[in-house]
Design a protein around this ligand. Structure first.
Ligand code: AMP
Ligand code: ZN
Length: 664
């Protein structure tokens, strides 16, 4: 098979698997197989830039940076929707329609109203050419690079699509993915995002599409616009869009009359919490395009569609007290203790109050009757107060001034909403929180030790910081409550085994604020040992790729603290990995410092990725295209002819795989 055919067939195959997985929810191959095929395609494309294609499945991983999002005028205006809040509203609307259309039978397509960011996608000859945000409805921002990373947006269409059309949909962040993103932020010591909708729309405006690619966004489609579409109704257009490769939720329903519409509304009002994403209502659309045309538009919305907004599920209950939680980083979160009440199928006893400003803004007081709502967050929130029920002697909340756990006076930094307990090393939940982070799966992954045991060990005075874990003996732990001999053994074994955990994960485990997994990896690779990192100034740190001033300052502050240095020295004594292993280090030199390579073609002794790693490990740079700054082109079999020509023109030496390995 020649290269062009191979590339084309891999692209086709990957698109199909992508579609099976993200649109149909029924993958046919394992993630591992998918990844290896994708890798194969990436390598072929890198070696053969002449077959570059902006819509290849490899663009899903992102990497394109958009500095300024260009304003683009929508070919067809993106209208808003009229809202209704009751069955009577809906019935009135249907009467108005019937009056305009006369004595004909009107059918409706009912869809869910997805709560995200609206998006218009333009396809030409079956290729995605543009993605534009709604903006003011007349014009929006072009975010094509970012949208291409969303796996459920097809880059190439299938079947009998019209030559040119726009399709509208909603970019959403499913609840599970949202919760996972927040979990990771919390682990990195950052504030969680407030809700899926804002996070989805914020994601579209990130400059680096590789960042967008990491977010589990989805695109649900609901409207096709254009000429000669070859479809005659809304319901048919949804069926067609699905055939062309778009993700269209299955629940859309063709309703023959008003009572079927109301049934749909009722059903989803009650069952919306079973969906994997948030909706805020239902959209009812006149089905026939011909009827739609006759009905036309008002100044802001189509007459042929109506949103029915669900009432946010809300209950009222009494606020019994406010508790203050202290997190691993010392951040204080006020939590309302409520009189237990049933909301959206679960009993609610607590609600988040976020911070002191929020309490003041709501003017919430103890014993108030409060309204509680459930949004995308796990903990419900208080949205208002029933002032008619307030007792005359209720007084405003006195926000705590001292830590509820250790009594240290709280501080609040300029521009931050949260209060902090500065007693980092003496405040119990901060101490145990740090140790719990240290032992967690992505950090030191200490088997046989859980969060509750950490608290118990701390209470018994057996540990005060994570270095103390390494001095625990079986005899120390056996006397603990509910600790069998076998569990004690496992605990000690697990701690021992963690000494093999590589430096990058140890660095993450230390719990430096803003140093999550990825940053820890970057720093470990750049500095190679904790000692080198300790010496680094903030000015040096920000020179490292992706390290900003916030992270740099936090790292410096961490190592300025004597206590931390003491703990690190103890970890070293116990044999925890505080530098890149000798084996890893052996392969790292500065041999290629200042030398830039371009790698092209297929190799025999090492894979392309290994070759690139060899260059980078030896401090060389890998560039993707040949320029006057290129020092060498390493050429394998099937090097692209255009690359060869360019290298020759610029007089850049072309070396073989063997010559390269000899250089090493
Ligand atoms: P609103 O923002 O309340 O004016 O509602 C209009 C918005 O609802 C549109 O801009 C769409 O982004 C969004 N929407 C969500 N789901 C649908 C749907 N199934 N059909 C039409 N619009 C929808
Ligand atoms: Zn405290």
């Amino acid at each position: 098979m020649n290269i062009a055919t191979k590339i084309a067939s891999l692209r086709k195959e990957l698109s199909q698997h992508n579609y099976n997985y993200y649109v149909l929810d029924s993958p046919e191959i394992s993630d591992f197989e998918f990844d290896s095929k994708l890798k194969e395609l990436q390598e072929l494309e890198a070696a053969h830039p002449e077959y570059f294609d902006t819509n290849s499945p490899t663009v899903r991983v992102g990497g394109m940076v958009t500095k300024n999002f260009e304003t683009v005028v929508h070919t067809y205006r993106m209208y808003s929707l009229d809202n209704s809040y009751s069955k009577e509203d809906l019935e009135d609307w249907e009467k108005r329609i019937q009056r305009i259309l006369g004595d004909v039978k009107v059918e409706f397509t009912c869809e869910l109203k997805y709560d995200g960011a609206s998006m218009s996608l333009t396809y030409e000859d079956g290729l995605l050419v543009r993605a534009v945000t709604r903006g003011d409805g007349f014009q929006g921002d072009e975010v094509t690079n970012n949208v291409k990373t969303i796996r459920s947006v097809p880059l190439k269409l299938k079947a009998d699509f019209p030559p040119k059309f726009d399709i509208r949909g909603e970019i959403i962040l499913p609840l599970e993915g949202f919760a996972k993103m927040n979990q990771e932020r919390i682990e990195a010591g950052e504030d969680p995002y407030m809700n899926p909708r804002n996070t989805a729309s914020g994601s579209l405006k990130l400059q680096d599409s590789a960042e967008v690619a990491k977010r589990p966004l989805e695109c649900l489609l609901y409207n096709i616009v254009g000429e000669n579409l070859g479809v005659s109704s809304q319901f048919e257009s949804l069926v067609k869009a699905k055939e062309w490769g778009f993700k269209v939720p299955e629940v859309a329903k063709l309703c023959k009359n008003t009572s079927e519409v109301l049934e749909f509304v009722d059903y989803w009002d009650q069952h919306r919490h079973e969906l994997p994403y948030e909706i805020d209502g239902v959209v009812v659309k006149v089905n026939s395009f011909q009827h739609q045309e006759e009905l036309g538009y008002t100044a802001k919305a189509p007459r042929w569609a109506m949103a029915y907004k669900f009432k946010a599920e809300q209950v009222s209950t009494s606020l019994e007290s406010i508790a203050y939680q202290v997190g691993r980083t010392g951040a204080i979160t006020p939590v309302a203790n409520l009189k237990p009440v049933l909301l959206a199928g679960t009993t609610v006893k607590r609600a988040s109050l976020h911070n002191a400003d929020q309490i003041e803004k709501l003017d919430v007081r103890i014993n108030d009757e409060v309204f509680v709502e459930k949004g995308g967050e796990i903990i419900p929130k208080i949205v208002g107060i029933d002032f008619t029920k307030r007792s005359p002697d209720a007084s405003p909340v006195d926000y705590i001034q001292n830590c509820p756990e250790c009594n240290t006076p709280l501080i609040r930094k300029e521009g931050e909403a949260q209060h902090y307990c500065p007693n980092t090393y003496g405040c119990p939940p901060q101490i145990t929180g740090r140790i719990q982070h240290f032992i967690s799966r992505k950090a030191m992954d200490i088997e046989g030790l859980g969060g509750e045991t950490v608290e118990l060990l701390f209470k018994e005075g057996l540990i005060d910081n994570y270095a103390d874990l390494y001095t625990l003996t079986k005899e120390d732990v056996i006397p603990l409550e509910r600790m069998a001999e076998k569990s004690a053994e496992n605990l000690v074994k697990g701690v021992e085994k963690s000494k093999e955990i590589p430096f990058e994960r140890v660095l993450f485990a230390l719990g430096i604020r803003f140093v999550g997994e990825t940053v820890a990896k970057k720093l470990a690779k750049e500095y190679k040992s904790i000692d080198a990192l300790i010496q680094a100034s903030a000015g040096e740190l920000i020179l490292v790729d992706e390290i900003g001033i916030k992270i740099a300052e936090s790292v410096v502050e961490f190592f300025q603290n004597e206590k931390n240095i003491e703990i690190i020295n103890r970890l070293r004594e116990y044999g925890v990995q505080l530098e890149i292993s000798a084996e890893q280090l052996e392969n790292i030199t500065e041999k290629f410092k200042g030398i830039t390579f371009v790698v092209s073609g297929v190799f025999e002794k090492v894979s392309r990725n290994e070759l690139k790693k060899l260059i980078e490990d030896n401090s060389g740079k890998v560039a993707s295209s040949i320029s006057s700054k290129t020092s060498y082109v390493v050429a394998g079999d099937n090097m692209g002819p255009s690359k060869k020509e360019k290298a020759e023109k610029l007089n850049i030496p072309i070396i073989s795989e063997d010559e390269f390995l000899d250089m090493l």
